[in-house]
Design a protein around this ligand. Sequence first.
Ligand code: LLP
Length: 386
Amino acid sequence: MITKEQADAFGAIETPFYFYDLDLLRETLDRYAALIARYGYNAHYALKANADDRILEIIRDHGLGADCVSGNEVKLAVKSGFDPKKIVYAGVGKSDKEIRTALRAGIFCFNCESVPEIRIINDLAAGMGRTAQISIRVNPDIDAHTHRYISTGLKENKFGISPWAFQDVADLLAQCRNVSFIGLHVHVGSQITEMPVFALTCRRIEELQQWFIDHGIPVRNLNLGGGLGVNYQDPAGEPVARFEDYFDTIHRNLVVRPGQQVHFEPGRALVAQCGHLISRVLYVKAGREKKFAILDAGMNDLVRPALYQAYHAIENLSSSKRKLRYDVVGPVCESSDCWGKNRLLAACTRGDLVAIHSAGAYGQVMAMRYNQRDLAKAVYSDDLKK
Ligand code: LLP
């Protein structure tokens, strides 16, 4: 929710920009951290969702570690003060340079996504006189019931190691002196809102870890990835994700062996709702059949609708009581640069401020300069209070 005072303060700021409600971020993190503590779990924030420095600082101060998917993310996490002993690193295509960066940083764990990657990490670690802790990212062949571009746990997806390759993993681990196997990792997709998907993941991981235990390979850590979705339809009604339901589902369905540690890698659920993309109406174009509200924010600022047909709630922050239907579009020369079709909004006039909600995750980090457009800057609620 954007308050009247905040909207008034927006008037002086050049649009488009990202507005971050840091109070909501802190409240979200307080609730998340309390549940993590209650169950004795460990959490690593997925930097890919939002790597803004003020946001990282707040997340770090709530005691979370970092989940990275590139050497540069590892470097950024370290620079932002995350404890290297709480950094995990996944990715199907870790380059030698990136692996060396992570080895040098002394991270907690590499989440390995293929058999040859284990060998390379071992050899690079040997060359540096180090031992790398690794987990195996398993491909559990689970349908996450989410958009196919953000579904990662099906056997046709490129992620993780399938159970049929476990024997190769075991044989390789027996030869490798510079990697130490510490556990299993799984991440089946993003924007998952159906709790049974997580229940199924827990049951699958139990079956899969049994294979390692039966082969005399202890599994000390279980990392269940991220994936919890947020309410894009009604962000004001559900500003904080359903963490209670989520952890209750995990707690009831995951078999935790004595001494085992359980890890999570939340991204979207922590940061999506605290971010809004704020823009202005440039023009209202009345066609025969429909009206277009043309905004100054485009797909280059927030690519999710163009890339995944993602829904984001749109609100005209001006005070008009009259409601009309618009196709809300951006200025970029692509027909996919569309924020929403046939949306009911307060009647738009040039200069009105329009908020595109739930833009805190995979928004600013995925921005690009297509059409040579400027990158939208960040504005923080804390600074408006001053
Ligand atoms: N862990 C791993 C290994 C991941 O691949 C991801 C996200 C996460 C954790 C964090 O997942 P989350 O809690 O945010 O669902 N750009 C897309 C989302 C891509 C997600 C990629 N992996 C979007 O805008 O919807």
